[in-house]
Design a protein around this ligand. Structure first.
Ligand code: 5AD
Ligand code: FES
Length: 361
């Protein structure tokens, strides 16, 4: 006899088939899935939401991912690189406003000037915040020594999305050259973990060629790798990228949005104590997208504190929200939104992944 949806939700261990069933749930079953994931979150994480002030300091990128608006081959992008002084000013804003942590993100560069610059910035941020700001970095694939250097300089969390756990699908959404390889991506994630970073990954949801089985495997990959943090959201086509040609084969935006919420819900049930971010891309589809994610399982939000002038140039996908607001406006807006989602902002705390703490004990 086939199990009911409710029976699957009550299982201790979910198989790949169970996960696929949950991801394919009909509208009337979604409620039960979200109620369960919300319960798990409240029980294991509580109502606290932690901020990571996001500084997207440069859109200069040597990679050419077929989905990304700032890929090297996109000649239509105005490239920028925010001066260190401005970055430190944004970091100070995060510190003064008790954000607890920040995320430094940019396009991928591996040249020595860049590597040293980041090392220096990390030291400076630690100094200006009396060692109090937690720092996550999201700077792509690097050599092991570089990861170690940045760790020693004060970064303690790293985000590197696997994009898809399916190597074949990964190949379809990246150009065929040595610069883009699934095995390198995996190796980098292993380095990060070995060095001692709280390690974060994630995938895009609703990619062309992606199946429900791929997504279920993504969740099992995160579990198998014993990841500490996850940020994942819907794929949103960008008309200046090669993947745009498949736009007519994609799920509707609202279906991609629902499926992204379901991925977060299932992941929360499977990995109860990890940090899960409410991805900005959710808000590109639904104005309340991130708040909905917080309600059903996410516990991290990344308010954009990039100086406003450059925000419009960091468009990985179209319809990106909050490109006109200043950092001050974002804080106020976030407060209102999080209260609405029954969350409590935990100011001035790092909000480390509980999973990580248990893993390294
Ligand atoms: N749609 C959604 N997410 C995207 N990213 C890049 N391009 C897109 C897009 N078109 C995500 C990738 C990357 C992260 C920084 O942004 O997952 O890892
Ligand atoms: Fe930035 Fe609302 S989140 S203004």
């Amino acid at each position: 006899m086939t199990e009911t949806f409710q029976q699957i939700l009550e299982k201790d261990q979910l198989s790949k088939e169970d996960i696929i069933r949950l991801l394919q749930s009909a509208k009337e079953d979604e409620k039960a899935l979200f109620a369960k994931s919300s319960d798990v979150k409240l029980k294991h994480i509580g109502q606290n939401v932690h901020f990571r002030g996001l500084i997207e300091f440069s859109n200069i990128c040597k990679k050419d991912c077929l989905y990304c608006g700032i890929r090297a081959s996109n000649g239509k992008v105005n490239r920028y690189d925010i001066a260190d002084e401005q970055i430190l000013k944004a970091a100070n804003f995060a510190y003064q406003h008790k954000y607890g942590s920040l995320v430094l993100q940019s396009g991928e560069r591996t040249d020595p000037v860049f590597v040293d610059r980041i090392e220096n910035l990390l030291h400076e941020i630690k100094k200006l915040s009396n060692n109090e700001l937690g720092i996550t970095i999201s700077l792509g694939e690097q050599k092991r020594e570089t990861y170690q250097k940045w760790f020693d300089a004060g970064a303690h969390r790293y985000l590197l999305r696997i994009e898809s756990s399916n190597a074949e699908l990964y190949e379809k959404i990246h150009p065929k050259n040595q610069n883009h390889s699934h095995s390198t991506r995996l190796k980098c994630l292993q380095y990060l973990k070995q060095i001692g970073y709280q390690t974060g990954t994630g995938v895009m949801i609703g990619l062309p060629f992606q199946t429900y089985e791929d997504l279920a495997n993504d969740i099992l990959f995160m579990k198998g790798f014993d990841i500490d943090m996850v940020g994942m959201g819907p794929f949103i086509e960008h008309d200046q990228t090669p993947l745009y040609q498949y736009k007519d084969q994609l799920m509707s935006l609202s279906d991609r949005f629902r499926l992204s919420l379901k991925m977060i819900a299932v992941l929360r049930i499977v990995m109860k104590d990890i940090n899960i971010a409410a991805a900005t891309a959710l808000q590109a589809i639904d104005p309340l997208g991130r708040e909905k994610a917080l309600r059903i399982g996410a516990n991290i939000i990344m308010p954009n504190i990039t100086p406003t002038l450059e925000r419009a140039n960091y468009l990985l996908y179209q319809n990106k929200p909050c490109i006109d607001e200043g950092a001050e406006d974002c804080t106020n807006c976030m407060e209102a939104r999080i209260n609405m989602a029954d969350g409590k902002i935990a100011y001035g705390e790092w909000g480390d992944s509980q999973h990580f703490k248990k893993r390294v004990k």
